[in-house]
Design a protein around this ligand. Structure first.
Ligand code: CA2
Length: 156
């Protein structure tokens, strides 16, 4: 069975491509989602790509991943720096978690340099713009199905 990766995006990321392109680039979230689904397919992973502006909805989705997803990739956006609720949900779900940020949060304002979510993450990728999501999928593939070839490979 194809493992599913839940890929979550936090508040305001729905605005990508429309404002602040000097920080976040000109790619829209829909473009990133389509790239992730396509790249996931080449890795033999199904990608369930979602965005919410609501902390509780993100917590509900993380809780719902138990038994349905093989791993979680999350760009928690501003909730990275504030949300113990999202941290607790990620710790409770007991799945591999990778945190992604478009920008290099360590090069920015002091308040962005700490992420609560990082405590639940196997790894953190930041500063590579939308390519960070692709890097996270490659890393997740190794965590969830290291020996499993993609569907179109000769070994499949
Ligand atoms: O670099 C990232 O991916 C961030 O998670 C983005 C968050 C920010 O709060 C984090 O510190 C770092 C902000 C997402 C807001 O995205 C916008 C996109 C376009 C226009 C306005 C906001």
């Amino acid at each position: 069975m194809t493992p599913t990766i839940l890929l979550l995006n936090g508040p305001n990321l729905n605005l990508l491509g429309s404002r602040q392109p000097e920080i976040y680039g000109s790619t829209t979230l829909a473009d990133i989602g389509a790239d992730c689904v396509r790249h996931g397919r080449t890795l033999g992973l199904a990608v369930d790509f979602r965005q919410s502006n609501h902390e509780g909805e993100l917590v509900d989705w993380i809780q719902g991943a138990r038994g349905t997803a093989a791993g979680i990739i999350i760009n928690p956006a501003a909730y990275s720096h504030t949300s113990i609720a999202i941290l607790d949900a990620l710790l409770a779900v007991e799945l591999p978690v990778i945190e992604v940020h478009l920008s290099n949060i360590h090069q920015r304002e002091e308040y962005r340099r700490h992420s609560y979510v990082s405590q639940a993450a196997r790894g953190v990728i930041c500063g590579f713009a939308s390519h960070g999501y692709i890097l996270a999928l490659d890393a997740m593939k190794r965590l969830v199905a290291p020996a499993c070839p993609p569907p179109d490979s000769e070994e499949a």
